[in-house]
Design a protein around this ligand. Structure first.
Ligand code: NDP
Length: 286
């Protein structure tokens, strides 16, 4: 029977262990707060009494913890010899450097890390459209492909262990900024008596940036920041209108004010008549 261990039973780890149970795996689970395993045990998972027992139960070990400090705290509980021969699929979020250092530390103890960044919330685990970024040794990922695909599809980025966390953090950077934009917009909408349901189809249209990304990316790649379609000075005037509308609604203007500040820096750097894409250079300090 195929077996896997899942360590860390937050919403994500619980969804992952559940997906393995549904796929017929023998699933061993461990969590710092043991009671979080109760539902999974009722569905057939084995509760390991210790981290050592959890690691010993399967070659493939999925780690889903809050950060790499938690990973360190968990792995410090086992004799290092137990790590040898294990494949640790580390789906814990942290920085690229942390992932590289963790992989080296594990390699010195005979274990292999696969670093991953999950691209869906827990209900997306086990659905066909879900994807996870992976980095690390390709042959190990190929060996365990069918087990990884129980969770999500695979977007393999390369051998450098930092790549999956890097792509993950960039994506999350964009996600948080965009989501904060939605929440700000809804606050202005509500202050004007517009409900979330009423605004929803308009919000979806405004948040669909695909056209802009596909228009800008080739121009950015070509170094073309011509102001033939959009100009930073237009952006400054536009965000000033947003800020005034926000203030008139009595809503906190921190977010549009931050955007205005970035756009004004672009103007101050002499890019007022260039495309908004020239802000990339301004943000990079060039
Ligand atoms: P959390 O990020 O809240 O992680 C909770 C888990 O970490 C619990 O099992 C908790 O144990 C454990 N933990 C925290 N500190 C320690 C410690 N010092 N020692 C041992 N265990 C510790 O839950 P999620 O399941 O939501 O996320 C797991 C990972 O997946 C995170 O890195 C997150 O960024 C990532 N992720 C989450 C997504 C989501 O939508 N939830 C989406 C994509 C990625 P205990 O139960 O005892 O507190």
């Amino acid at each position: 029977m195929k077996s896997v261990t899942v360590i860390g039973l937050g919403p994500m780890g619980q969804a992952m262990a559940g997906a393995y149970l549904a796929a017929g795996y023998e699933v061993t689970v461990w969590n710092r707060t043991a009671a979080r395993a109760d539902d999974l045990v009722a569905r057939g998972a084995r509760r390991a009494a210790s981290v050592e027992a959890a690691l010993s139960a399967a070659e493939l070990v999925v780690l889903s913890l809050i950060d790499y400090d938690a990973v360190d705290a968990v792995l410090a509980q086992v004799p290092e010899a137990v790590l040898a021969g294990r494949v640790l699929v580390n789906l814990t979020s942290d920085t690229p450097d942390r992932a590289r250092r963790q992989a080296e530390w594990l390699a010195e103890r005979g274990a292999v890390q696969i670093a991953g960044g999950v691209q869906v919330p827990p209900p997306g685990i086990g659905t066909p459209e879900a994807v996870t970024y992976y980095s690390g040794p390709e042959h190990v990922i190929e060996t365990h492909r069918s087990a990884l695909e129980v969770l999500t599809g695979i977007d393999y980025l390369g051998a450098d262990q930092g790549l999956a966390p890097l792509y993950y953090q960039i994506g999350i950077d964009m996600f948080w900024t965009a989501l904060a934009g939605y929440l700000h917009g809804q606050a202005v909408a509500e202050a004007n008596g517009i409900s979330a349901e009423d605004f929803l189809p308009r919000a979806v249209r405004s948040m669909d940036l695909r056209y802009f990304l596909e228009f800008y990316a080739p121009r950015i790649a070509a170094g073309n920041h011509e102001g033939d379609v959009d100009r930073i000075s237009m952006g400054v005037a536009s965000v000033e209108h947003v800020l005034r509308t926000t203030e008139a609604a009595g809503v906190d203007g921190t977010l549009p004010a931050a955007v205005l500040e970035v756009f004004r820096r672009g103007e101050a750097a002499g890019h007022g008549q260039n495309s908004l894409t020239s802000l990339i250079g301004v943000l990079k300090g060039r």
